[in-house]
Ligand binder design. Structure first.
Ligand code: GP9
Ligand code: MN
Length: 655
């Protein structure tokens, strides 16, 4: 017994640096989960992290004892970087880093600038374990500790950590549900994997997935043809025959991709008036979808562009604009070109950002006006100011219209209202009262600026007579990365008392779950000068539903669409590529596996969830398959011409 205790003590002493490494690695993982997802103390990620660090550290055993410290320090630095970078990335994208992003390095450089401008110094926490490890090694070296430790049996040295590491891993794996395993394999839901198994397991699984999927996953041709045929049939059967059909046929279409425009801000008002008076006016004069949700993944702007134009969900292994730009897609631009349109895109930033130079060709744009085509006479935030961008764009549109003599579809991608909203001096005067100096206050100032720029565009276009036979379609591309603490200042701060409501206060609103999801809504508006349609639609809709809805009004139809025409459905379910979904009653969060009621904002139980999840996953998988396996190219010629006319249908439920 005594002997055993002595040997354990010896082994403990022998491995003291390894133990410090493990403790530091686990600390960093805990800190990351606490600082991103909000909860950390759960046994599975802790045990998995310990086992993974033990298994990786076996590498050091190939070196003589005294030289192993170099490996341990390198590993600790790696853990610091891994956790630190993931922390910064999460702050920006609400997700974790993936090896698939390696193909997006040029973009990461630009976004990196935006991240460093708003550098969060809490990231330094992740350095603590490495500092402790280095100091401990130094101290022990000084006392001659490493010279005194007696060598252990070589065989035992390898076998012990192998057994312990594997046993711990097995212990966790037997507790995994089939959902856990499927999520680990598919990697749709990165926050869920990190929450359940920690950052090291997620990174390992992501690495394995990316290495193994460099060869495109090929599905059987028969399976592929079945899948797409079913989708085409279903879409053709449901093709709308409503009163909105063709109402805007032949009109010019100006799509405004409105950067970081959130819906909640449209309701905010300060001493100088509403944040977005002009946008609100457009909403009241046009067709306004007040429960519109962007469905982007880590590709943010680019994902929204993709989904708006194709009615497909963004891929969740990579970013379509970067990693799947060489596929065939049926887009708004291609469909309108069949009707004789000329199609252009316009953006004041570098044309390579988000690989737009390539991807805009893939989407079928005839011409892309990017930074090089504009005079950079005023810069705010990421580049050319929206005011100047719009002013110059009106001129370009006028010229293109004259040159081409055809109807035109133009996408204008704005830039100024982009995180970190730091160029406050250039936004002009807009008093945000007690929010002065806060991030959310600066967001409102920036949004107010973007609203004035929008107004100048509409007025400028009108003065040129370019709106007489046109529509403007506007969508907010995604939420603005505003911290919860900033939302608290709006919803839980009592200006009169100068304090926050306590959780017990009836006025208190929890900024999480269904409420937080609703905050991420962005506006979607179809507007025309003659106010031909003037309605507010409250049925929840996603970005995939934009093309079917707009398409019906323009007399075009995309048989590969995943969305529905909102003017033909009473109910709708919005699906997100990470497995989340929502309808008018509920919001399901795939990362926490919780169902929230939109009524009470409480977590509730519902027996149907499993079957809805299955449908949701089926749709996500279908979208991924279409993109990954280039199914549209394969079946492009397959659409039978006589499938276009179908009987009039009553408004069905898309559920
Ligand atoms: C940059 C712009 C921003 O050109 O579209 O992209 P985002 O960071 O919002 O994805
Ligand atoms: Mn954007």
């Amino acid at each position: 017994m005594k002997q055993k205790f002595k040997s354990t003590l010896l082994s403990f002493k022998h491995n003291i640096i390894l133990i410090i490494l493990i403790a530091g690695g686990v600390f960093n993982d805990l800190a990351l989960r606490k600082m991103t997802l909000g909860y950390a103390f759960y046994w599975k990620p802790i045990v998995t992290s310990i086992s993974i660090i033990i298994l990786i550290s076996i590498l050091a055993l190939f070196l003589p004892y005294r030289k192993r410290n170099c490996v341990y320090i390198s590993l600790s630095v790696f853990f610091t970087l891994l956790n630190g970078l993931n922390y910064l990335y999460y702050g920006h994208y609400n997700s974790f880093l993936s090896f698939s992003l390696v193909t997006q390095l040029t973009h990461i450089k630009d976004v990196g600038n935006s991240i460093t401008k708003s550098l969060d110094f809490k990231v330094l926490i992740f350095m603590i374990p490495t500092i402790i490890l280095i100091l401990s090694i130094k101290k022990l070296k000084r006392t001659g500790f490493f010279d005194q430790v007696k060598p252990l049996d070589r065989k035992k040295e390898f076998v012990r950590p192998l057994i312990i590491g594997t046993a711990l891993l097995l212990l966790v794996s037997v507790t995994l549900t089939s959902t856990d395993i499927s999520r680990l394999v598919k990697q749709w839901n990165r926050p869920y994997i990190v929450e359940q198994l920690g950052i090291y397991s997620y990174t390992t699984a992501d690495f394995v997935k990316n290495v193994s999927s460099t060869k495109v996953h090929q599905i059987e041709e028969a399976e592929a043809s079945g899948m797409i045929e079913e989708l085409v049939d279903e879409n053709t059967n449901l093709q709308s025959e409503n009163e909105y059909k063709d109402i805007f046929k032949g009109r010019d279409v100006y799509v405004i991709h409105y950067e970081s425009a959130q819906t909640f801000a449209m309701e905010q008002e300060f001493a100088d008036g509403p944040v977005t008076p002009f946008l609100n006016q457009m909403a009241s004069e046009g067709l306004y979808f007040e429960n519109f949700y962007p469905q982007h993944s880590v590709g943010t702007s680019s994902d929204s562009e993709f989904t708006f134009n194709t009615s497909l969900l963004p891929i969740n292994n990579g970013t379509v604009f970067m990693t799947h730009a060489n596929r065939d897609y049926l887009s708004l631009q291609k469909l309108l070109k069949r009707e004789g349109y000329y199609s252009i895109s316009m953006h004041g930033n570098n044309g390579d950002f988000w690989n737009r130079n390539i991807m805009h060709k893939t989407l079928g744009y005839d011409r892309f006006f990017s930074k090089n085509d504009y005079i950079i006479d005023e810069e705010i935030g990421l580049g050319l100011s929206d005011m100047s961008f719009f002013r110059q764009s009106v001129e370009k549109i006028k010229q293109v219209k004259e040159e081409e003599g055809k109807p035109i579809v133009a996408t204008l991608i704005t830039l100024t209202n982009h995180h970190p909203f730091a160029d406050v001096d250039k936004y002009g005067e807009f008093n945000v009262g007690y929010l002065e100096g806060t991030d959310i206050g600066n967001y409102f100032k920036s949004y107010h600026y973007a609203d004035q720029a929008l107004e100048s565009f509409v007025k400028g276009m009108d003065e040129e007579g370019l709106l007489d036979n046109a529509i403007i379609v506007l969508y907010g591309d995604h939420h603005a990365s505003i911290a919860k603490s900033d939302y608290e200042m709006i919803y839980n701060y009592n200006e009169d008392t100068g304090s926050y409501y306590s959780k017990e206060d009836p006025q208190y609103v929890a900024i999480d779950g269904a409420f937080e999801k609703q905050l991420r809504r962005t506006p979607f508006i179809i507007w025309s000068k003659d106010q031909k349609v003037n309605e507010v639609i409250s049925t929840p809709m996603g970005m995939v539903d934009a093309l079917p809805t707009l398409g019906n009004m323009l007399g075009i139809f995309n048989p590969y669409q995943l969305g529905v025409d909102m003017m033909s459905v009473e109910k709708n379910r919005v699906i997100f590529s990470n497995g989340d979904w929502l309808d008018e009653d509920f919001y399901y969060s795939a990362s926490s596996s919780e169902l929230y009621s939109f009524d009470s904002y409480e977590v509730i139980e519902d027996a149907d969830v499993a079957s809805i999840n299955e449908l949701t996953e089926g749709k996500i998988e279908l979208s991924n398959n279409i993109i990954e396996n280039d199914l549209i190219r394969i079946f492009n010629g397959m659409l039978a011409e006589n499938k276009n006319t179908k009987p009039v249908r009553e408004k069905p439920d898309n559920i």
